[in-house]
Design a protein around this ligand. Structure first.
Ligand SMILES: [Zn+2]
Length: 189
């Protein structure tokens, strides 16, 4: 499933991946970098750009992680799961993706604030009023990031985190949805 460098990172990564479901699909390489910088959605070697902790290259089947995450096991697990679920989202199929979208739609229509990670929250906060109706690209990106953040939250529970800001009743709904997904014999990666 995942190929990662041997050496010091190996036990930390093995721990970060504990108790995850079975995944199917060809291997994904995990690589560490001292600094990661993204510009217009692509990783670049040096600034200008935005510093990021991680990035998933879906076509090249690679996950890049900032090396400092190795010093923080909880954050390594949270961010690695988030990146892994980008691959799951890609192969999840339209029916399930649409069901997740409808779950979020109910939340937004009910005025639910907060999210389960910064990636989703900043996209949610930037949505225009018409996003839901038009299913605009920002809306679709939010739906995807929310799925990945929620999956990471689901596996981290009951740990607390400052980025888990979604109110309890909405978390419970997402937890039920995700529990059904994780019951599957395997997830596509
Ligand atoms: Zn993401």
């Amino acid at each position: 499933m995942l190929r990662f460098p041997s050496g010091r990172a190996k036990p930390s990564l093995a721990k970060a991946l504990e108790r995850l479901p079975l995944f199917t699909g060809s291997a994904i390489r995990v690589l560490f970098r001292d600094r990661l910088c993204a510009r217009r959605g692509r990783l670049v070697r040096r600034p200008p750009g935005i510093e990021v902790h991680a990035a998933a290259m879906l076509r090249r089947r690679r996950i890049y992680l900032e090396r400092s995450l190795l010093r923080n096991p909880l954050e390594l697990r949270r961010i690695l799961i988030h990146e892994l679920f980008h691959f799951v989202w890609l192969r999840l199929g339209n029916a399930l993706r649409r069901r997740w979208e409808l779950l979020l739609r109910d939340e937004v229509l009910a005025g639910a604030r907060g999210e389960l990670g910064h990636s989703a929250e900043c996209r949610k906060d930037a949505l225009e009023r018409s996003a839901l109706r038009t299913r605009s690209n920002p809306w679709r990106r939010y739906v995807c990031e929310s799925f990945c953040d929620s999956a990471a939250w689901w596996f981290l529970r009951p740990a607390r985190h400052q980025e888990f800001t979604l109110p309890r009743r909405w978390r419970a709904r997402r937890a039920r949805w995700l529990a059904r997904l994780m019951e599957r014999p395997a997830l596509p990666l």
